[in-house]
Design a protein around this ligand. Sequence first.
Ligand code: ADP
Length: 406
Amino acid sequence: MSNPTRVLVLNSGSSSVKYQLLDMRDGARLAVGLVERIGEETSRLVHTPLTGGGAERRERTAPIADHEAALKAVAEELSADGLGLDSPELAAIGHRVVHGGLKFSAPTVITDEVLAEIERLIPVAPLHNPANVTGIRTARALRPDLPQVAVFDTAFHTTMPEHAARYAIDVETADAHRIRRYGFHGTSHAYVSRRVAGLLGKDPAEVNVIVLHLGNGASASAVRGGRCVDTSMGLTPLEGLVMGTRSGDIDPAVVFHLKRVGGMSTDEIDVLLNKKSGLVGLCGDNDMREIRRRIDEGDERARLAFDIYIHRLKKYIGAYYAVLGRVDAVAFTAGVGENAAPVREAAVAGLEELGLAVDAGLNAARSGEPRLISPEYARVAVAVVPTDEELEIARQTYSLVTSPAH
Ligand code: ADP
């Protein structure tokens, strides 16, 4: 029998599981799907087989009690298309894991010890790692014999030098509580920085790139020769850029002030900064399409929110330009970065002296392909690169389980 070539990618959230089944011979998707509202009466599974033959999207709306029931339902849907978890063609399951701390700088085959270590990281990632652990446990119970791999959001950033990763606070206190900058969205930053090098016809080791991952969560990274040297998210995904609902950088004394003077509890401040700030806090909307529509109608609050978002973005482009010294490309990715031409235009406006410019026609053209949007003459390439975290997780998983050392 030929070697198995399929990888199932699982992204387990607190009440959802997203999945994709890929064939690693060509990276083709065989099926994609989502289970949402796990544990609620209104659970929903949407499964789309992509193997051709006119198969169509299927939806289940019966309550799904927990992650185990969710994965079993996913396995049934896959089986119905002849793609079940028991298929000999399945090589591995790749799990997205948000926080790998300092320990995990690369994708890792999951053992009991690895799982225990991911659990030990829950205090630094209380919102994400518990669900990732549940997803892994459930998948291992279903296929105990199958290699399963953890791919960490933080891994790409473990190459950051100490002077970029450490906060300037008391070293003993920081170390006692594992406080440092870890960074997130690493799978996307890794994928996009590599694709940009390809777009320029160069080896990733030769190019310096600023990657701007602008989704609902947003982060920037400075990548020198394929290695991350700085990134905007920190101990948690709250630091850095203005996001859909997160404030990004603020003076930490705002927290003391809200507590002492505003009478707010720690949990209330947590919710304020993570869920009620950023674009939604500034103007009531976090969808860039809606914000642009309101600006076109003359809405001042939407305009100010957009300007604050762009101002922060520009500051990070400048900062990472200085960190890298030489920049070959700036790459925009994720929902906003891939789709919002006005954001890209405004972010590089006025930076001609730095060699940065956007061609209006190229910027406005819509495409799902990686592309350059800078004019011929520009010293620094500006690119739009659709991110593909699932493909990257599948690739890393497959490459690990098929490596001779495994
Ligand atoms: P996440 O994975 O962080 O949830 P995405 O990368 O999917 O987010 O990005 C979602 C965001 O992308 C939306 O909140 C919206 O602001 C933005 N977005 C999506 N499509 C468009 C579009 N056509 N124009 C402008 N913004 C868009």
